[in-house]
Design a protein around this ligand. Structure first.
Ligand SMILES: *Cc1c(COP(=O)(O)O)cnc(C)c1O
Length: 386
């Protein structure tokens, strides 16, 4: 048996929707990206949605729109996909990492408080790094693997220190924190639609916000700095080509039409995995909280301290089971070490999780017998390694 890590779930509806657009003259900046924006805004419950060419592009525009620039700091997590902190580097701002909670794997708000109290000065308006005098402008929490962050505490901290909140919800569409959907908590929030996300446009992303100015700025910057309604070759500000094309938007609309079905299918797969694995020795299954509703992005287990994770992965691959080490610590990536001098031991919980995590095959249409195959092999491998 060969089981891939991830597979998009594309039905006839999606195929027809994309084909219909290719037959029209409107391949970009047509009606579809607006319709897609409306469907996401309505689903999340926000006033504005701005489609973009990727989640990374969306996060970059939010950083720009909040005027985060050279020398500024943004507090975030080192346990994430790399683009959540790369977007600061695009603007020569600095990601300031704090370690994660070992249960949720999200940024630990206690660590944020301790960092500010011990190494920052707050004058009632501006929070400054005591040593470098750099200003902290924002907090960028990531809902890792679709598990919502502790948004109450993050908001308390943001209010107390006058900071903006940028939600990286790229892995979490449909997730809820205390009954409210993620994407409603940030000054701006971003979703991503790469092929392995819960819903896909192949490549694509969406900025959502209740702030009209934010939405207008992002719309302008994604379209070469043009203001809405201005002439094609008049550019009000520095912009990019971060537009989402109409075929991708049509794919997104069709996927949004099935979102409940898709999220349920993923939950079903996660539940079967949980059932099969939760009592196994040397396996820690994903954390589930009563305060939140997860949107399952991936299924990541952790193996016990004495188990050689890389060897387990090797054996799984040999048996046709594709898997991946989600996520390596961002601060230990080669160019982060070089730029900032990070080293092993800087963020011990993140590093420990990075060394023990394995993402198992996970997608909507994964069959029960395939899940059984994965779990039986995994248990066998672990048993043999003891
Ligand atoms: C997928 C993802 C992004 C953005 O991804 P793109 O590939 O640029 O769409 C950003 N942050 C996190 C945490 C992600 O998982």
């Amino acid at each position: 048996m060969k089981i891939p890590l991830s597979r998009p779930d594309i039905t006839e509806k999606e195929i027809e929707a994309v084909l219909a657009v290719i037959k029209t003259p409107y391949l970009s900046l047509g009606p579809k990206h607006r319709e897609f924006e409306e469907s996401v805004a309505e689903y999340i419950g926000v006033k504005y949605a701005v489609s973009v060419s990727s989640g990374t592009a969306g996060l970059h525009l939010v950083i720009k729109a909040l005027d985060i620039k050279e020398g500024d700091e943004v507090v975030t997590t080192p346990f994430s996909f790399i683009s959540s902190s790369n977007v600061m580097l695009f603007e020569r701002a600095r990601p300031v990492f704090v370690d994660i909670d070992p249960g949720t794997l999200n940024i630990d708000t206690q660590n944020i408080e301790e960092l500010f109290a011990s190494r920052y000065d707050f004058d009632g308006e501006v929070l400054k790094n005591r040593r470098t005098r750099a200003q902290v402008k924002a907090v960028l929490p990531v809902h890792v693997f679709g598990q919502p962050c502790d948004m109450d505490r993050i908001w308390q901290i943001a209010k107390k220190y006058n900071l903006k909140v940028i939600e990286d919800a790229c892995e979490a569409i449909g997730a809820e924190y205390k009954g409210k959907k993620v994407g409603t908590f940030g000054d701006a929030s971003v979703f991503a639609f790469y092929a392995n996300k819960q819903i896909t446009t192949a490549e694509g992303g969406m900025i959502v916000s209740n702030d009209e100015k934010m939405a207008k700025l992002c719309k302008s910057m994604r379209n070469q700095g043009r203001d809405e309604g201005s002439a094609w070759l008049v550019h009000q500000r520095l912009g990019y080509n971060y537009r989402l094309d109409e075929m991708s938007a049509a794919l997104g609309i069709a996927q949004m039409g099935r979102i409940e079905e898709i999220l349920q299918a993923r939950e079903r797969v996660a539940n079967i995995y949980n059932e099969r694995l939760e009592d196994s020795k040397n396996i820690e299954v994903p954390y589930i909280s009563s305060q939140t509703k997860m949107s399952w992005f991936v299924y990541v287990i952790r193996v016990g301290r004495k188990i050689n994770r890389d060897k387990v992965m090797e054996h799984l691959q040999k048996r046709g089971i594709e898997c991946r080490s989600y996520f390596p610590s961002i601060h230990l990536q080669p160019f982060y070490r070089e730029m900032f001098g990070f080293k092993e031991g800087d963020f011990p919980i993140t590093e420990k999780v990075s060394k023990s995590a394995i993402a198992l095959p996970f997608y909507n249409n994964l069959l029960e017998k395939q899940i059984d195959y994965v779990c039986e092999n995994l248990k066998e491998i672990l048993e043999a390694m003891k």
